[in-house]
Design a protein. Structure first.
Length: 450
């Protein structure tokens, strides 16, 4: 028996394929199911069951479509209101995988209906547990996705759920969480790539703290999560449409300009420094990286027409794959190649790129304003002494709070700052992108109290 991990690093999630002999069970698949179908084909096994640990809030599930494509039984936790047929599993029920079984353990907290699945080998010995958003590596799933009214109740439930897993499973049981590798569904970031129940007994806050301290600290440290989460539950509850990974239609320079002038979302995927050096005025800069889909999904006006600009067709195809994972299906075209060939007769726009050392040399100028687009909790821990804090996901609605000065914008590493710089540039503001690590600002002595 083996467990294959299917990584979706851009969303901080993992899906799993458990197989032995000629059969396989899939847990928490992402929407682009071709990755799983391809891997299962390579392994020469047949999918008999597709399992969900919970109704997901950070991505569109592929379970609905995969179960139908593979002729497999679709298994979801009982209690979730869904608009399609599926087996509704409850605590203690068992999925028969042939030479292995998966036992449902009700672990509420991340959601009320959340189920973990204990993996038992042919002898009935637990060898792994698929924990979804309950027990993560040195953390737990966040508990505030169902609204403020239920957050404290679910946080207490999460504490007891993680303790139940630790009590019922042997120390050497491998832990296989869905979230926790950068996902905003985790209460905090993971610091390791694998773990066991025994290790978690020594490091997980739900197992090392008393209930009151765990609940209070988790609630105190919950940060904002992407706005697109509000759409995921609705899509997953109703049953997602079949995924479309086809190549977006090509868009010529005149049509690109028309779409920009019409206020549509035209998104440039090239590296942030390339965007700063030259881009179509009015376009947004979202460098295609592991941060791309989270922040585009967070800032995007849901349902707005969307066009992509990339270095080549492969970059556009990758971006489209990332977007369909969070239910953005409306990519209406793409344009690729040298940016100069896409401008038509319109001159390119540009803005300056600098580092913190350059800021240190110019920060005392009267016409310099520093904008920190990190989250408020990051800003409170440490910040540049002259900085104004407006989180990147709030910037579009709070630009009038900025002074009429040259805006030097930074974040922790440069990615969020580059998005913010493109927003400000799009609105005609004079902007400088600080493409540098925040630790450099601390080393240079730029941090302090305003």
């Amino acid at each position: 028996m083996r467990v294959e991990i299917i990584e979706t690093s851009s969303l901080g999630d993992r899906s799993y394929v458990v197989f032995d002999g000629g059969t396989a069970v899939v847990i928490d698949p992402q929407r682009d199911i071709d990755r799983i179908i391809g891997r299962v084909g390579e392994l020469g096994v047949r999918i008999t069951h597709v399992l969900e640990t919970h109704l997901h809030n950070d991505y569109v599930t592929g379970g609905f479509e995969l179960s139908r494509a593979a002729g497999a039984e679709y298994v979801v936790p009982a209690g979730d209101e869904i608009g399609y047929a599926a087996r509704r599993i409850t605590d203690g029920e068992v999925i028969d995988g042939g030479t292995f079984t998966l036992r449902a353990i009700h672990t509420p907290g991340h959601t009320r209906e959340h189920i973990s699945y204990a993996l038992d080998d042919v002898s009935g010995t637990p060898v792994g547990v698929f924990t979804g958003g309950s027990m993560l590596y040195d953390s737990t799933g966040r508990t505030d996705l169902l609204g403020d009214d239920s957050t404290r109740e679910l946080t207490a439930a999460q504490y007891h759920s993680v303790r139940r897993l630790a009590d019922e499973l042997p120390a050497d049981t491998e832990v296989y969480p869905t979230h926790g590798f950068g996902s905003f569904c985790a209460a905090s970031a993971a610091g390791r790539d694998s773990s066991t129940v025994g290790e978690q007994r020594d490091t997980n806050p739900a197992l090392t703290q008393d209930e009151k301290r765990f609940v209070d600290e988790l609630l105190d440290n919950l940060s904002a999560y992407p706005a697109y989460y509000e759409h995921m539950g609705v899509i997953n509850r109703n049953g997602p449409a079949a995924v479309d990974l086809s190549t977006p239609a090509p868009v010529d320079p005149a049509e690109l300009r028309r779409r920009i002038e019409a206020g549509e979302w035209v998104v440039d995927l090239r590296k942030r420094t390339a965007f700063a050096s030259g881009h179509l005025g009015g376009s947004y800069g979202f460098e295609l990286s592991d941060s791309f889909v989270t922040y585009l999904g967070w800032l995007y006006a849901w349902g707005a027409p969307l066009t992509l600009i990339g270095e080549d067709s492969a970059q556009i195809a990758t971006a489209k794959r990332e977007l369909v994972r969070i239910g953005i299906d409306g990519v209406q075209g793409g344009a690729s190649g040298d940016i100069e060939t896409l401008t038509g007769e319109t001159p390119l726009s540009s803005f300056r790129v600098a580092d913190f050392a350059t800021l240190a040399a110019e920060i005392e100028r009267d016409d310099v304003a520093v904008l920190d687009v990190r989250r408020n909790d990051e800003f409170e821990q440490s910040h540049v002494s002259k900085a104004i804090n407006i989180a990147v996901h709030e910037l579009a609605e709070r630009q009038d709070e900025l002074p009429t000065a040259e805006i030097w914008v930074h974040c922790a590493s440069g990615y969020r700052a580059s998005v913010a710089a493109s927003i400000l540039d799009r609105c005609g503001r004079a902007v400088v992108l600080i493409d540098d690590a925040y630790a450099t600002a601390e080393e240079l002595g730029l941090t302090g109290q305003n």
